[in-house]
Structures are given as structure tokens and as C-alpha cells.
Design a protein around this ligand. Sequence first.
Ligand code: FE
Length: 201
Amino acid sequence: MSSDHDHDNELDPMAARVRALETILTQKGLIDPAAIDVIVDTYETKVGPRNGAKVVAKAWSDPSFADWLRRDATAAIASLGFTGRQGEHMRAVFNTPDTHNLVVCTLCSCYPWSVLGLPPVWYKAPPYRSRAVIDPRGVLEEFGLTLPAETKIRVWDSTAELRYLVVPMRPLGSEGLSEEALADLVTRDSMIGTGLAREPA
Ligand code: FE
């Protein structure tokens, strides 16, 4: 194991204790595992990624913020109040028609919690971690994302020192939308690179 990877892994003592507690509480009928899943899902897919979506929407709306985000993502993101664990050193990578960016942690599960919340299960799973590098185009197709053959895919390997936020391309038809409405188009997966921003309804 590399010492520059500072985060939880499946066998750490805390995870084992949490699992043991959940099992006991469930057996005693004190908790409903489905309710816990809902809470975890909330943090994975709603609360956390909303921060990143605000960052992206601001970058789409404000060229000077986009420029700052490109030059110093850590400071630009902190200016919106999103700091903290696993988000200390950030780099924003911008999708263009020529280049699509995809983020992975090949060694484990480094992830920008402060802007994206908790990592999805697949992000931590060995198949994604190995195949994102070997066959990124194939992985994206499994996510339902088929890019033009001429679009290059750039894969960024996260570490404990540096986490990446993908800034997806602003969708067509989103001209004139408020920053808040734009943020609603920014999905978690679009900020990892396994998806695109939604098109406005
Ligand atoms: Fe990691």
C-alpha cells in the first residue's frame, strides 16, 4: 500500500465496527437498514454533489470565476465555502469538444468529498479502478456515454494530495438560465466524467 493514500479502506477498524453495530442494531429491530441506505444515498447523490454543481454552474455563468477555477481550484472552490476533508487540494479539469476528462483513483478511492459528497460504490470497486485507465472508452459506454471517436479521453488518477473535479461542457439550450437552474443540470457523474450534464427540459 502506498503511504500517500490516506483514506478508509474496506477492512479498516472503523468500517468493521460500523458494520458490526449495524448488524446488532438490525437484529434487535432497532434500525431499518433500508432507512440507513436512504440516508447514505442522500449524501452520495444529493447533498454532496450539490456543492460541486454550484461550482460548475458558477464557472459556466462567470468567466472570471471559471478562469480562477482553472488556475487555482482549491481557492476558487473555498471561496464558495466548500472546504474540508478530502477536498484540500483540488484541480478542476474542463471538458471541451476535443477532450473529455475522467477521474479515478487507481489505488483506492480518493475522492473530493467537499464538492461531491461520498464516493459511489462503483468508484471504489476494483473493476472501475483498473478499467478506467486501460479502457476508458469502454467504461464510458457502460455508463451509457458514447463519445465521438475523435474526442480524446484524459484520465486523471486521484491521490490523497490532489483531487479532481470535472467541469462538464455547458449543455446546448441552457442560455439564459439562472445559476441555480444551471446547477440542476450538473449531475454527480458529470463531475467524475462518467456522464454529461443534463440538457434543459
Ligand atoms: Fe485513493
